[in-house]
Design a protein around this ligand. Structure first.
Ligand code: UFG
Length: 332
């Protein structure tokens, strides 16, 4: 007997992917996970969800899974994501993010998978002319990470014109927080993301933290970002899936709250919510940081029907703290 239709989640053992798998299960979908476990964790995949260890660029693996599980859509998270790393190792980023995605898309076309939801990024905009950034603004990435992702958007765009496949490229802003029920969260071995670092400082897992730059042209001089709760981000993918199943046209779409917070405001919020006053060192700018990135989210709301539920920085921080408290010290 053949399997019923499934959704293939690449990178489903990672931070965002593991929240996606939970959201799919809650929505009554059937996910399967492909993950090379380079940054993901086997334990992040819920019992009962098939996990295949391997690369999303492995055509034999992916082709076999598409046939066996009658894959109806691919949600593609597997990627390298650290911007400064991408500057040091561009070829590794183009291989993992662009070449592997091209292979995955080719498999989807060859085996007739009708829909792809792709993890894109605000980094495709580079240094924006103005905020909030809408999708009509030019894409002009300033680092290999953003370029590696933008190339995949182009591959998808051209492929969808030539073949019967539709896609949604979701351009995430700053993803943060953890599952509100405490089932998943961010387990990075070497954290670089602001909220993760700040909650680790609050819990004494690191000795204070640095602020990279206080001379930006922003009200308090630190960089402004649009922090989106990972559970709302997962919901946006479910909305995109429904949108594509409805036969709607392919699109690129920002996912953010259209609200910016400075680095210093984020740190204040972490101190307030945790009740801990940790050391904060004011440092030089970090290379490659745009001063301000805030999403226009009108397209996500009007076209995908996205309704954020956790649009509140304190809630994001509280969930991140709850998860960090629960994490075993072997995994920071
Ligand atoms: N920051 C600090 N101290 C820290 C860590 C971060 O001051 O210890 C600052 C950064 O300099 C930046 C802000 O906090 O101004 C946010 O930094 P993150 O590293 O958390 O996130 P980024 O905005 O650099 O990057 C995120 C994603 C990328 C994505 C990018 C899109 O992590 O994958 O948004 O612009 F490409």
């Amino acid at each position: 007997m053949s399997e019923p239709r499934h959704i293939l989640v690449s990178g489903g053992a990672g931070y965002i992917g593991s929240h996606m798998v939970l959201a799919l299960l809650e929505a009554g979908e059937r996910p399967i996970v492909v993950d090379d476990l380079s940054t993901g964790f086997r334990s992040a995949v819920p019992a009962g969800v098939p996990l295949f260890e391997g690369s999303s660029g492995d055509a034999a693996l992916i082709g076999g899974l598409i046939a066996r599980y009658q894959i109806e859509a691919i949600i593609h998270f597997a990627a390298s994501i650290v911007v400064p790393d991408s500057v040091l190792h561009p070829l590794a980023y183009y291989a993992n993010n662009t070449v592997n995605a091209r292979a995955l898309i080719a498999c989807a076309v060859e085996h007739g998978v009708p829909h792809i939801v792709f993890s894109s990024t605000a980094a495709v905009y580079g240094e924006p002319d103005r905020v909030p950034i809408d999708e009509q603004q030019p894409t002009a990435p300033i680092n290999p990470y953003g370029r590696s992702k933008l190339m995949v958007e182009w591959i998808l765009e051209d492929t969808a014109k030539a073949h019967p496949i539709s896609y949604a490229a979701l351009r995430y802003f700053n993803v943060a927080g953890a599952d509100p029920q405490g089932r998943a969260g961010q387990s990075a071995r070497n954290a670089t993301h602001l909220i993760k670092i700040a909650v680790q400082a609050a819990l004494g897992k690191r000795a204070g933290m640095d602020v990279f730059g206080t001379d930006y042209p922003t009200p308090d001089g630190s960089c402004i970002r649009d922090y989106v709760h990972v559970a709302d981000l997962a919901q946006a993918h479910l909305d995109a899936l429904r949108y594509l199943r409805g036969g709607k046209p392919s699109l690129a779409c920002n996912i953010g709250y259209q609200q910016g917070f400075s680095v210093l405001e984020v740190i204040d919020t972490v101190k307030r919510v945790s009740g801990v006053d940790f050391e904060v060192r004011l440092r030089e700018r970090r290379a490659g940081d745009p001063a301000s990135l805030v999403a226009s989210n009108q397209r996500a709301i009007s076209r995908l029907g996205w309704t954020p539920r956790y649009n509140d920085l304190e809630t994001i921080v509280r969930h991140a703290l709850d998860w960090e408290r629960r994490l075993p010290s072997a995994i920071d």
